[in-house]
Design a binder for this molecule. Structure first.
Ligand code: EPZ
Length: 418
């Protein structure tokens, strides 16, 4: 069994380019089936979630191949409209294929995506958006069966700015007749990247990044090349590791504006953070101070995906920091593992109170989910002694080379078979 082993206590120094964004490339991979031709993706991160999406594309009839560092998808021969159960179970966010398959083939079928480590993951907003566009959606026997002789552009008002529901609506709307307006759309940068991809494929989409997105359906699509945007949560991870361990780290191939709530928190904790064109520099003496309450919210609020990561950076800070997790029901599963390393964290419902301790001790800990695993790496680089992280498959879902990246920044970290 593969583990990650970290020996803490080293300052982090160095320059590192940030990988492509998981949460951008997954909807873009689904969107490739909108075009009966070839798409070339550059900067696509090699993640287990990306490999799962490739398996779905191939099942649907696409040819998807890595050619060097580029991922090339030929969706000329998409013939199947079902996502098999075993592929859905690999990655619940495969629900993002629903809108694109429906737009291309007029029908789509998949097993109901269950919950995940973060708790129940409802998709009611996805389904109501597709129904609004004219799809008949049946939920029977744990399967979703969608059918639409023709999708019609409509106004879709989302009761919540759901990222996935916004993306599914955008992709389905590309196959609809007439214009679709999505109101109360999610404003995440990954939505803007999806819009940019769709535009390069010939679709007419505007408004991404705002709460209102307009899609003109039925456009003629064309072959295209797209470079995936940088991963702002991976960037937040390595900045938080440098903040906790102390040092000076510069990240390149990153848009500092995409993680301004995270860098503001690190600045408040005592780090020097300088954002420039395509880069972020962070200096830290490793002696952080507690900060004002961190409340997760839809973008541009503090990202829920960085909650565990920032919490790990503040475990030895002077004082007490309150976290409020407003996005998911069960997103404090990393707390018990951090407490095994000597952290002082108490949780009541959506609130976690972190009281700084003088030191953390390396321990054997277990990943509970993707970002909880990232938090263990952040805690490990600032702990005394050795930390062994188990169940690292969670981390590999979102980090292409976490060991290589942290070694490049001077951390004593390695893969180990045990
Ligand atoms: C995306 O998930 C991301 N995943 C998540 O990142 C991220 O945490 C989340 O957005 C919020 O930013 C991908 O992009 C693949 P939502 P998504 O729909 O789309 C509720 C990571 O670590 N909701 O914006 O599933 C939902 O329960 C992952 O990279 C409904 O009630 O998130 C949640 O409370 C974890 N009904 C809230 O909305 C729906 O139909 C936000 O969920 C849909 C969502």
């Amino acid at each position: 069994m593969k583990h990650i082993v970290i020996r803490g206590g080293h300052r982090l120094e160095g320059v590192l380019p940030v990988q492509g964004a998981k949460n951008s490339v997954l909807p873009i991979l689904a969107a490739t089936i909108l075009h009966p031709g070839t798409t070339v993706l550059r900067g696509c991160p090699r993640l287990s979630d990306v490999e799962a999406s490739i398996r779905i594309l191939r099942h649907l009839g696409c040819d998807a191949q890595w050619q060097g560092e580029e991922l090339v998808v030929d969706a000329s021969s998409v013939s199947r409209w079902d996502v098999p159960d075993h592929l859905m179970r690999e990655m619940r966010s495969s629900v993002i294929f629903l809108g694109a398959i429906l737009a291309r083939l007029g029908k789509a079928e998949m097993s109901y995506p269950g919950g995940c480590e973060l708790g129940p993951r409802p998709i009611d907003l996805h389904l109501s958006a597709l129904r609004k566009l004219g799809a008949a959606v049946e939920e029977k026997g744990g399967r979703l069966c969608c059918e639409a002789a023709a999708l019609e552009g409509r106004e879709i008002a989302l009761s919540l700015p759901s990222v996935g529901a916004t993306e599914n609506a955008m992709l389905a709307a590309c196959g609809a007749r007439g214009e679709t307006v999505i109101v109360n759309a999610a404003r995440e940068p990954e939505i803007v990247d999806l819009q940019n991809f769709l535009r390069s494929m010939g679709c007419t989409v505007r408004g991404a990044g705002s709460s209102t997105i307009c899609v003109a359906g039925g456009q003629l699509t064309k072959d295209c090349i797209h470079t995936v945007m940088p991963d702002r949560i991976v960037a937040a991870t390595y900045l938080s590791a440098a903040a906790a361990a102390g040092g000076e780290v510069e990240l390149t191939h990153v848009d500092y504006r995409h993680l301004s709530t995270v860098t503001a928190a690190l600045h408040e904790a005592g780090c020097r953070v300088i954002g420039g064109e395509g880069r972020i520099l962070l200096r830290s003496d490793g002696a952080l101070k507690a900060i004002s309450a961190v409340r997760t919210a839809p973008y541009p609020g503090f990202p829920t995906d960085a909650q565990a990561i920032l919490m790990a950076a503040l475990l030895k800070s002077r004082g007490t920091t309150v976290f409020v997790e407003n996005m998911f029901d069960n997103r404090y599963r990393h707390v018990d593992e951090l407490c095994r390393m000597g952290a002082d964290i108490s949780v009541a419902d959506r609130v976690a109170v972190v009281t700084g301790v003088p030191r953390l001790s390396g321990a054997t800990v277990r990943c509970t989910d993707l970002r909880g695993g990232a938090a263990l790496m952040v805690a490990g680089v600032s702990a005394e002694g050795e930390t062994c992280i188990e169940d690292i498959h969670h981390i590999c879902r979102g980090y292409a080379d976490p060991v290589g990246d942290l070694v490049a920044l001077g951390a004593d970290i390695r893969w180990e078979e045990r």
